[in-house]
Design a protein. Structure first.
Ligand code: FO1
Length: 309
């Protein structure tokens, strides 16, 4: 079994490569749900949906989230009233949130509803929310105070300085059914190229998960989300710096050393490979920018073979 810790867009791209080179029925994804948001009375799970839509070949290729070819009639209708439209919900995407919210209201667990949604999209891998409980990433913005993750990431376009991040509800959360077993049984655990602070950490923050990954360290390989000192998408580099880490592959290595025995870095950072290994994990240099499906597949192969070297 391959178990992948995943956030949003970067993880979804790696997964689309992994399923080309490894049987999807043998892949379990443990995904972040602390980006979830309640809006319009609906429960929205961006990372679960980004992974689902990407693997179904239905994701909007320009944004990496939401559905391709969307219409926005509902958002336009809400706009008429001056309602909440900064978080863009396409008409078909809304169908996912309507169904999820109805099922949760009927008492179904998020993991159960996620299984129904991924089955409806024909996914063969198993997508697990890290927990069925409510965990929400809260971001403290300098001079403004604490706001929700999507208010930071979308409404303020993550263009504001962050002084603290916390995962509200994490301490009281329990891993969803199958999560701890997925790490215990994994032949390979992969930390996808997601934001270490707001995508990977909230997964590890659920009690029992960090320990499960540390126990699997010899079977764990991470892919750096930082290439040449920058994030390919989103605020990972700025958040690393703002929270006192180096926004480089060495900073990532320092964070991941207790969790993974190999860090895959891009060729652009080859000169830093010995500095990465000085952090106590092996360094593998490979193309990590998944600009084409072929490159995502090649990175999938690299990751699966990383521990054999
Ligand atoms: N990201 C944006 O930058 N702007 C949006 O309006 C937006 C809407 C949205 C709706 C549904 C969904 O599943 C994701 C959406 N995202 C949007 C992306 C989302 O904020 C991020 O994918 C994650 O939360 C971070 O990985």
């Amino acid at each position: 079994m391959i178990t992948v810790i995943a956030g949003g867009v970067g993880a979804a791209r790696l997964l689309s490569g992994l399923v080309e080179v490894h049987d999807p029925a043998d892949i379990t994804v443990v995904a972040n749900i602390a980006d979830d948001i309640e809006l319009h009375g609906l429960h929205i799970s961006p990372d679960l949906d980004t992974i689902t839509y990407t693997l179904a070949g239905a994701v909007d290729p320009d944004t990496g989230w939401g559905l391709a070819g969307e219409t926005w009639a509902a958002m336009d209708a809400v706009e008429r009233y001056g309602g909440v439209t900064w978080f863009r919900l396409g008409d078909r995407d809304l169908g996912t949130h309507l169904y999820r919210t109805q099922r949760l209201g009927e008492g179904a667990a998020l993991s159960q509803v996620t299984a129904e949604i991924t089955a409806a999209w024909g996914l063969r891998l198993r997508l697990l929310p890290v927990t069925d409980d409510r965990v929400r990433t809260m971001v403290t913005v300098d001079g403004e105070g604490e706001i929700g993750f999507q208010e930071y990431f979308v409404q303020r376009r993550h263009a504001v300085p962050v002084t603290a991040v916390r995962f509200d509800g994490a301490d009281a959360a329990t891993p969803a059914p199958g999560v701890l077993e997925a790490f215990a049984r994994a032949d390979v655990v992969v930390i996808a190229p997601s934001n270490p602070i707001v995508s990977v950490d909230p997964v590890l923050a659920v009690p029992g998960v960090r320990a499960a990954v540390e126990t699997a360290r010899d079977r764990t390989v991470a892919v750096s989300p930082i290439v040449a000192g920058a994030a390919l998408k989103g605020p990972a580099d700025r958040l690393l710096r703002e929270l006192g880490h180096a926004a480089t592959v060495v900073g990532v290595a320092e964070l991941y050393a207790p969790l993974a025995s190999v860090l895959v870095i891009d060729e652009a950072d080859a000169a830093l490979s010995s500095a990465v290994e000085a952090e106590g994990l092996r360094c593998l240099v490979a193309p990590t920018v998944m600009s084409t499906p072929e490159r995502a597949g090649a990175l999938g192969t690299t990751v699966l073979e990383a521990l054999r070297r």
